[in-house]
Write a protein that binds this ligand. Structure first.
Ligand SMILES: [Zn+2]
Ligand SMILES: [Zn+2]
Length: 383
C-alpha cells in the first residue's frame, strides 16, 4: 500500500458507502459484496476476481480504525487538486510521487518523506525503504599523550532532527500543511525554456513543497529542531595529527530501521614540549656533553608515560646520532608499541672557567697536530 494508492484509490467508492459510514455499515456492505464477487462463486470470471481484490483491499484499510484515519488524512491532504498537473478534469497524475516520498531534500534526512512516511507506509506490502542516517562530521583536539595512547573524549554534537511537537510537519497541532500551489509540491520551479531552463527553489514555500498556514509554536513552521547530544567517543591509540577517523554507526540515527550514519572525527593534536612523533615511533632529542660523546657514556632518557630508560652511548658518537629505545613509542592498533628514537645533541658550553678551562686548554695543546679540516681541503682540491 503506497501513498500513491491512497491518493488514487477511492475505497469508499469501491465499497459503495458514504465517507462517514459507520464501522458496522462498512462490515455489512463488505460481507455482501464479498459473497457476491467471491472467486468460488464466479469461477473463471476475471472481472469478478479483480473486483473481489479491490473490495478486499478497500476493506483492509477501512475496517482498521487507525488505517482508515490515515487514509482519510492523506486523501484530504491531496484533495485540493494540486497534483493534477494534466489540468482540471483530466485526472492524470503526472506528478512524480517518487520525488515527494523519497525525501529527496538533501542530506540529513527530514523532508517530506518523513512527514508522509509514517502516514502512508504502515502494514502494506510495499514498505518505504529504510533510510540510513546521515554521516556527521566533527573535530576534537587531543593532548599529545591522548593521541599516543588513545582516549575516551566527550563529543558534543548538534544535529537537525524533526521537531517533536509537530513531527516535522511545521504545522500547529490539529492542522496539516497544504501542498504549495506554485510548485505543486515539487519544491522547485523552472524558469526559462528548453535547454536554458533553470530549476530553482520555489519562493512561495522556500523549497519545502508544502505551505504551513498555522505554524507550530515550537519550530515556527520550519519542522526542524536542533538537538544536542554528548557522546563518549573512544579515539583509538596511535591517531595521527589531523587524521580523519571514521567511527562506524556513531552518526545520525537511521529512519524506519535504517542503519545509523557514521561519525567522522578530525583529530587535532597539541604538540608536546619534548616528544615528537614519526608514525608509530616517538622522537626525543637528548643533550650530551663532549666528553660523553667522545668517551661513551650511559645516559638516562625520559619516556612519555613511563620511567626513564638508560641507553649506552658508544664512544665516538657523532652529534645527531639516533639511537633506538625499543617499545617506548606510540601504541599501535594491535597493542604493540613503536620505538623511541633518541637523537643525541652535543652541547657546547657557553662559559668555561677554572679547572674546566685549564683542562680544555691542555686538551687543545695535546691535539694541536690534528687538523679537523685537512680532509675537507683535500676533497675541495679534487684529490
Ligand atoms: Zn512551492
Ligand atoms: Zn514544530
Amino acid at each position: 500500500m503506497s501513498g500513491k494508492d491512497y491518493v488514487e484509490k477511492d475505497y469508499y467508492k469501491v465499497l459503495g458507502v458514504p465517507k462517514d459510514a459507520s464501522a458496522t455499515e462498512i462490515k455489512k456492505t463488505y460481507r455482501k459484496l464479498a459473497r457476491e464477487f467471491h472467486p468460488d462463486a464466479n469461477t473463471g470470471d476475471a472481472k469478478a476476481e479483480e473486483r473481489f481484490k479491490d473490495i478486499s483491499e478497500a476493506y483492509d484499510v477501512l475496517s482498521d480504525e487507525k488505517r482508515r484515519k490515515e487514509y482519510d488524512e492523506a486523501r484530504s491532504l491531496f484533495a485540493n487538486g494540486g497534483f493534477r498537473t494534466g489540468g482540471p478534469g483530466t485526472g492524470s497524475y503526472s506528478f512524480d510521487f517518487g520525488d515527494l516520498f523519497s525525501g529527496g531534500q538533501g542530506g540529513g534526512g527530514g523532508g517530506l518523506g518523513d512527514v508522509f512516511g509514517g502516514l502512508f507506509n504502515r502494514g502494506g506490502p510495499r514498505q518505504a525503504q529504510p533510510r540510513r542516517g546521515a554521516d556527521v562530521e566533527t573535530e576534537v583536539t587531543l593532548s599529545f599523550e591522548e593521541a599516543v595512547d588513545g582516549a575516551t573524549v566527550p563529543l558534543r554534537m548538534t544535529s537537525q532532527a524533526p521537531c517533536r511537537l509537530c513531527n516535522g510537519t511545521g504545522a500547529k497541532s490539529g492542522t496539516t500543511p497544504r501542498v504549495c500551489p506554485t510548485c505543486v509540491g515539487a519544491g522547485t520551479v523552472s524558469r526559462g525554456q528548453g535547454a536554458f531552463a533553470l530549476s530553482e527553489p520555489c519562493k512561495d514555500c522556500r523549497g519545502r513543497g508544502m505551505i504551513v498556514d498555522d505554524p507550530c509554536p515550537d519550530c515556527h513552521g520550519s519542522g526542524r529542531a536542533s538537538s544536542a547530544r554528548t557522546m563518549q567517543v573512544r579515539i583509538p591509540a596511535g591517531v595521527q595529527a589531523d587524521q580523519r577517523i571514521r567511527l562506524k554507526g556513531k552518526g545520525a540515527q537511521g529512519e524506519r530501521g535504517g542503519q545509523p550514519g557514521d561519525l567522522y572525527v578530525t583529530v587535532h593534536v597539541d604538540p608536546h614540549p619534548v616528544f615528537g612523533r614519526k608514525g608509530d615511533n616517538l622522537t626525543v632529542t637528548v643533550p650530551v656533553t663532549f666528553p660523553e660523546a667522545t668517551l661513551g657514556a650511559t645516559i638516562e632518557v625520559p619516556t612519555l608515560n613511563g620511567p626513564a630508560v638508560k641507553l649506552k652511548l658508544p664512544p665516538g658518537s657523532a652529534n645527531g646520532l639516533t639511537m633506538r629505545a625499543r617499545g617506548k613509542g606510540a601504541t599501535r592498533k594491535d597493542g604493540t608499541r613503536g620505538d623511541l628514537l633518541v637523537t643525541v645533541e652535543v652541547v657546547v658550553p657557553q662559559h668555561v672557567t677554572g679547572d674546566a678551562l685549564n683542562a680544555l686548554e691542555q686538551y687543545r695543546e695535546a691535539t694541536a697536530s690534528d687538523d679537523p679540516r685537512a680532509a675537507l681541503f683535500r676533497a675541495a682540491k679534487g684529490a
